[in-house]
Design a protein around this ligand. Structure first.
Ligand SMILES: *[C@@H]1O[C@H](CO)[C@@H](O)[C@H](O)[C@H]1NC(C)=O
Ligand SMILES: *[C@@H]1O[C@H](CO)[C@@H](O)[C@H](O)[C@H]1NC(C)=O
Ligand SMILES: *[C@@H]1O[C@H](CO)[C@@H](O)[C@H](O)[C@H]1NC(C)=O
Ligand SMILES: *[C@@H]1O[C@H](CO)[C@@H](O)[C@H](O)[C@H]1NC(C)=O
Ligand SMILES: *[C@@H]1O[C@H](CO)[C@@H](O)[C@H](O)[C@H]1NC(C)=O
Length: 434
């Protein structure tokens, strides 16, 4: 909803109270990264060789060992990796590459835990023979793999002729693309629906409204590719790269490059094979089936919403007082437009501090009356909550007392910490630096 309102929510936050040092740590200085044309080409890295290959009916496991001297393009090449290929379901194939040696201290850097984002699993019955897809690989000149459709050999992904780069702060994998390819997705973005063959999509969540051709609020590392033919039905497949780290997808004339600054290669290839034709001799794929397979098989269906949320909602940033709010509600009635819910933005707060209301502009008594009035008419009221919390001056008892919400949150350890200092993560947004 904040996106729609076109303003900001910064995860700033935090704060402290009891038992916390009274000196603020200095604000971090951020140096913008500037593209360096002299930057090393990661494709100079040596790649890997597969060994100890163990094949079973439902997949393959192997060790991947750095195939030459480390090139260390953007970090240090990780010498030992493991490969795990799993024919998870008829329409879904998983290829995962991650460091062989992972400890408790670095596990969260490389492995995205299932508790944060569901990890799709083998259905317990699909084998390489019943899958729609086929994994093939080669060690010449270094480890490379391809995914093809089992029934007609159509290649949907191929890293052939490119090296796989796996460094502690940089991952890169390149797939060959068909001429003039059509891919859609890699949200969130504001860009042409067809992403094009000369475009770079960065996925790194940022609080930027209406960011044309830039990274925006969310990260959905998934794309759908459709191939259109003159004299035969189009084909469709999907690719989901399960990784929460900042990443880039570089669409170029003949290739698509996937880069991330952490995590692992955890790719899910979706065949898009049409479910309504299952069991028949006809084989065909569709974009719709790709989305079904992505939602049901990978990320899960959206939560069912309450019925009233589907009604007409009015929200706006900039209503200066409760009088505006009353007038908007009354104007809807006068115009005979059914209004399901009315929303207040951060105007309602005292000095932009979440969990408060301004006693003069939005007095509690009047707000109670207005909300009761709405409820009596079967309408709803929603107060937007910003994620940033005012940080009172810990050395000023009356400042701390003026904003008890902070102390209560600090007590239950609700606020984000700076991983380097262990102290509250402090930023600047609506409520100010403090
Ligand atoms: C992760 O940490 C362990 C020690 O806990 C170390 O042995 C291993 O090399 C580290 N892995 C990587 C890829 O840096
Ligand atoms: C799988 O791909 C490999 C390499 O292209 C090929 O040799 C093999 O025949 C394919 N298998 C099937 C069932 O398509
Ligand atoms: C690709 O896009 C860049 C930047 O937008 C542009 O300078 C370049 O000419 C384009 N290349 C091609 C082949 O269209
Ligand atoms: C309510 O409607 C009146 C008459 O059209 C208009 O002047 C007024 O600006 C409206 N109030 C609000 C808060 O939009
Ligand atoms: C302490 O906090 C109070 C309440 O916010 C504020 O009015 C006062 O100026 C602060 N005192 C100092 C010395 O900053």
């Amino acid at each position: 909803m904040l996106t729609a309102l076109g303003f900001a929510v910064f995860v700033a936050a935090a704060v402290s109270a009891a038992g916390v040092a009274s000196n603020f740590p200095p604000l971090p200085t951020v140096t913008p990264t500037i593209f360096d044309p002299e930057a090393p080409d990661p494709q100079q890295c040596p790649g890997y060789k597969a060994s100890n290959v163990f094949e079973s009916d439902h997949g393959l496991e192997a060790d991947l060992t750095l195939a030459g001297p480390a090139w260390n393009a953007f970090g240090n090449d990780i010498p030992d990796l493991v490969l795990k290929v799993s024919y998870q379901s008829k329409e879904r194939l998983n290829v995962r590459i991650q460091p062989k040696y992972i400890g408790s201290a670095n596990s969260s850097w490389f492995v995205l835990d299932d508790q944060f984002l569901r990890q799709p699993q083998w259905d317990g019955r699909t084998t390489r023979y019943s899958s729609d897809l086929n994994f093939s690989w080669s060690n010449e000149p270094s480890f490379q793999f391809a995914i093809t459709r089992r029934h007609n050999g159509e290649e949907i992904f191929s890293t052939f002729d490119h090296v796989i780069v796996y460094e502690n702060q940089f991952l890169e994998l390149v797939t060959n693309m068909v001429d003039d390819y059509n891919i859609y997705g890699l949200a969130e973005n504001i860009h042409n629906f067809r992403l094009g063959t000369n475009y770079t999509q960065t996925l790194f969540n940022a609080d930027t409204a209406d960011a044309l051709d830039e990274n925006a609020y969310g990260t959905h590392p998934f794309y759908q590719e459709t191939r259109y033919y003159k004299d035969q039905p189009s084909t469709a497949h999907g690719i989901y790269a399960r990784n929460a780290h900042a990443q880039e997808w570089l669409m170029r004339e003949d290739t698509l490059t996937y880069r991330a600054i952490g995590g692992s290669f955890d790719f899910y290839f979706l065949s898009g094979q049409r479910s309504d034709l299952a069991g028949t001799s006809t084989s065909s794929s569709s974009a719709l089936d790709v989305f079904r397979q992505y939602q049901r098989g990978c990320v899960g269906l959206p939560a069912m919403q309450q019925f009233w949320t589907l009604g007409f909602h009015q929200s706006k940033w900039g209503w200066s007082s409760i009088d505006d709010l009353r007038e908007v509600v009354a104007n809807y009635s006068a115009a005979n437009i059914p209004l399901e819910s009315i929303w207040n933005d951060i105007d309602v707060y005292d000095q932009h501090r979440i969990f408060t209301n301004d006693a003069i502009r939005y007095p509690s008594k009047g707000m109670h009356e207005l909300v009761d009035f709405l409820h009596d008419r079967g309408q709803h009221y929603v107060a937007i909550q910003d994620s940033n919390v005012y940080f009172p001056d810990p050395s000023n008892a009356s400042d701390v007392a003026s904003y008890p919400a902070f102390g209560r949150g600090a007590e239950v350890n609700a606020f984000i910490r700076d991983a380097n200092t262990g102290y509250f993560y402090i930023g600047e947004n609506w409520p100010g630096y403090r």
